[in-house]
Design a protein around this ligand. Structure first.
Ligand code: 4HQ
Length: 245
């Protein structure tokens, strides 16, 4: 899996990619991230990447030439690449897209915009997908690029220490994660639920499922419409709804 980032602020990536799980994954060669400086693909003295918008209006627009030069130099054959532009206008990035990308054999180009916008001809001629990480406005596409790299990388076999971790967390099941506890048994008058100390694994599973459903019902009820519920899930949900009303 190779990510080709294109940015005018390559330094942003050093700290995050140089830390923790991603640093290890890069060391082991499980993922590759090439951070390309867009200004290296300019030809003028001032290494200009932006210009005024035709038609007027606020903010600057990213010029097409450096972006075309970067992508065409890094990947002269159009094959074996997927070009993603980070933009609030894009399709929402969710776990499902992370799973898709983690199986993608091609090099994934992540275009990080700054300023107001990117010249539309870049979209038309080069971009395969526009992706948004959420409905808010950031100052650049660098954080969204890191979000995507992070979410995709942890799904690649070998990146997380324990293969179960990626499978068992929130969203892989379609509902929210259950509550977790570690020692001490009692902390500031709050005790760990006894069932977790019981050693009864069927009871523990049932409790976890119920608590996961409780959280989902409270925080993200729409998720319950999207998944297939077992008979036991329905029973647990009925119990939860009865106590709520
Ligand atoms: N951007 N998800 C880059 C975003 C954004 C988002 C605004 C993209 C600024 C220059 N990108 N431009 N949300 O807010 O991906």
């Amino acid at each position: 899996m190779t990510f080709e980032v294109i940015t005018i602020f390559p330094e942003i990536f050093n700290s995050y990619l140089g830390t923790g799980v991603l640093r290890k994954a890069l060391q082991k060669g499980l993922i590759e991230v090439k951070v390309n400086n867009l200004r290296d693909y300019t030809v003028d003295k001032h290494r200009t990447v932006d210009d005024y918008p035709y038609g007027g209006g606020a903010g600057m627009v990213m010029k097409p030439e450096p972006l075309f030069a970067a992508i065409e130099t890094l990947c002269p054959e159009r094959k074996e690449r997927r070009v993603i532009v980070l933009s609030p206008v894009g399709r929402k990035f969710e776990q499902e897209m992370a799973e898709e990308l983690s199986k993608e054999p091609k090099r994934i180009f992540l275009l990080c915009g700054r300023y107001e916008a990117i010249d539309e001809r870049v979209r038309i001629a080069l971009v395969d997908d526009e992706v948004s990480i959420g409905d808010y406005i950031l100052t650049g596409g660098e954080l969204p690029a890191l979000v995507i790299i992070d979410a995709v990388a942890r799904l690649i076999p070998g990146v997380l220490g324990d293969e179960r971790s990626a499978k068992e967390d929130s969203f892989s099941s379609g509902i929210l994660d259950y509550p977790h506890y570690t020692r001490p048994h009692v902390f500031r008058d709050m005790a760990v639920p006894e069932v977790l100390l019981s050693g009864n694994h069927r009871e523990i599973s049932r409790w976890r499922r119920k608590e996961a459903l409780r959280r989902t019902l409270k925080q993200r009820p729409e998720l319950l419409e999207k998944i297939r519920l077992s008979d036991e899930d329905r029973t647990l949900l009925d119990e939860l709804r009865r106590k709520l009303s």
